[in-house]
Design a binder for this molecule. Structure first.
Ligand code: BES
Ligand code: MN
Ligand code: MN
Length: 453
């Protein structure tokens, strides 16, 4: 039996196992899910062992555990290191889900659950591809697996783990499925990820909430001021106004831009999907460029004052916002966080106190398209999907990718199978059954092509 036949014969079980993993609410951001994090890690370790690794372990960290497993068939053969994350984003707002986020259901040929696509569905494809090769005696090279539980909160402890375990993680290529393709008719390979800088700002006006009639008009309102400060961060051309912000932005050549523009993109479908009448952003760049090769800055949340039922006439003492910036090569996350912090403090009027707290961040990454790994991924897609994949740059971030490049000297191959419609991080996250099974197949082809002499 071939690995592909084995996948076909075991489809139902492959799906049911994933559903079991999706039932574990492994939300890394929320400390009440501590036990669920351990349960998800143990689940993955057990499945690695059943699939046939020589050795698997749950490695404790200062945060959530990392699951590591390996199968070394011959040290002379190449080694593929698979990375994935078993943690998921919080499922809120719960009321917007059509079915509970941790009770997976199959509907319209899709699995609906938090983590279905990001990243449990995608990481699990790797365990099943490995199992299929082991069971059919067709694993052509060595395999290592490193599945973490802190990707959605910045991978801080994974960073330490990677720095301290160069030898254990030694490999020829890193394979990651945690990105998306253009659509099921246009497979693609992600060759760029944006970086991230994230901070929280607290502005304080008067020392207590005030009656907005007694004081309104005479005392600074921190919400009004914070809104103005935030509004001034973009100019009328959609450019970010923070001094120095664009200094290190890598400019692409016109050839590189033309290459990227070859990727099919249906703007009408894009607008319709989001129910917006038009797109907008930095002038002089297309939508794909705005998310792929240009930095951005967004408020993720803003609050303060009274937001309960009815009206309360209050002039608030404090206002808050969470602000993030997506970065491109060669912007430095810490440097940008520092720039935004200073800028916010400098534009605030004297009668307002501003405090800024930095959160996790990470560097952008660009992946070359002429490596052995990229070419193997391209051939794997061609064989499984009947079409040569297109290189694309995604707007999301996987901060550990740049760290892998720096620490292990290896370019990860971002062979993801998600779709925009999978609604990752949103209510009703889903993952197509087609993508799940096709992904497992594509991964086995990757092993084959990568191991070819
Ligand atoms: N898998 C995503 C990143 C992603 C999604 C890349 C789609 C390309 C296409 C990842 O789990 C993620 O959500 N990353 C976070 C960064 C993290 C530091 C919180 C992000 O991009 O917000
Ligand atoms: Mn992810
Ligand atoms: Mn995510």
């Amino acid at each position: 039996m071939t690995a592909i036949q084995y996948i076909e014969e075991n489809k139902d079980r492959f799906l049911n196992e994933l559903l079991d993993l999706l039932k574990i609410p492994s939300v890394s951001a929320n400390s009440k899910h501590q036990a669920d994090m351990v349960a998800a890690a143990e689940f993955i370790k057990a499945k690695m062992e059943i699939a046939g690794v020589d050795h698997a372990e749950v490695c404790l960290t200062d945060g959530h555990p990392i699951v590591y497993g390996e199968k070394i068939i011959d040290p002379a053969l190449p080694t593929i290191l698979v990375y994935g994350h078993y943690d998921v984003q919080p499922a809120d707002p719960l009321e917007l889900w059509d079915s509970p986020p941790f009770e997976p259901v199959i509907k319209n040929e899709k699995i609906y659950a938090r983590g279905a696509c990001d990243d449990k569905g995608q990481l699990y494809m790797h365990l099943k591809a490995f199992e299929a090769m082991m069971a059919t005696d067709s694993l052509p090279c060595n395999a290592k697996f490193m599945i973490e539980g802190e990707e959605e909160i910045g991978s801080n402890n994974l960073e330490t783990f990677v720095i301290n375990n160069h030898e254990k993680l030694a490999c020829d290529v890193i394979l990651i499925s945690d990105t998306s393709i253009i659509d099921n008719d246009n497979p693609s390979i992600c060759v760029g990820l944006r970086g991230l800088s994230y901070l929280e700002v607290e502005v304080t006006g008067p020392n207590r909430d005030l009656h907005s009639g007694v004081y309104g008009g005479a005392v600074v309102n921190p919400i009004n001021e914070l809104c103005q400060m935030i509004a001034s961060l973009h100019d009328e051309n959609g450019k970010i106004t923070i001094p120095g912000f664009y200094d290190k932005v890598q400019q692409l050549t016109s050839e590189q831009r033309e290459d990227l523009a070859r990727a099919p993109f249906d703007i009408e479908h894009y607008k319709k999907d989001l129910d917006i009448s038009d797109v907008n952003g930095e002038q002089g760049f297309s939508t794909n460029e705005r998310t792929g090769i240009r930095p951005s800055l967004d408020v993720n949340g803003i609050w303060g004052g009274y937001i309960g039922e009815g009206a309360k006439t209050v002039l608030p003492s404090k206002a808050y916002a969470k602000i993030s910036s997506r970065l491109v090569p060669d912007q430095d996350s810490d440097e940008i966080t520092y720039m935004i912090t200073n800028h916010l403090k400098s534009i605030a009027p004297d009668y307002l106190k501003v405090e800024v707290t930095p959160h996790h961040g990470g560097s952008a990454a660009a992946i070359p398209t002429d490596s052995k790994g990229y070419l193997a991924a391209s051939s794997a897609f061609e064989e499984a999907w009947g079409k040569k994949p297109i290189p694309t740059r995604d707007g999301g971030s996987i901060p550990i990718v740049a760290l892998f490049q720096k620490e292990l000297g290896t370019d990860p191959i971002l062979m993801g199978f998600g779709l925009d419609e999978d609604a990752i991080h949103s209510p009703n996250e889903s993952y197509g059954l087609f993508n799940y099974f096709k992904g497992i197949e594509t991964i086995t082809h990757f092993y084959k092509f990568y191991s070819k002499k």
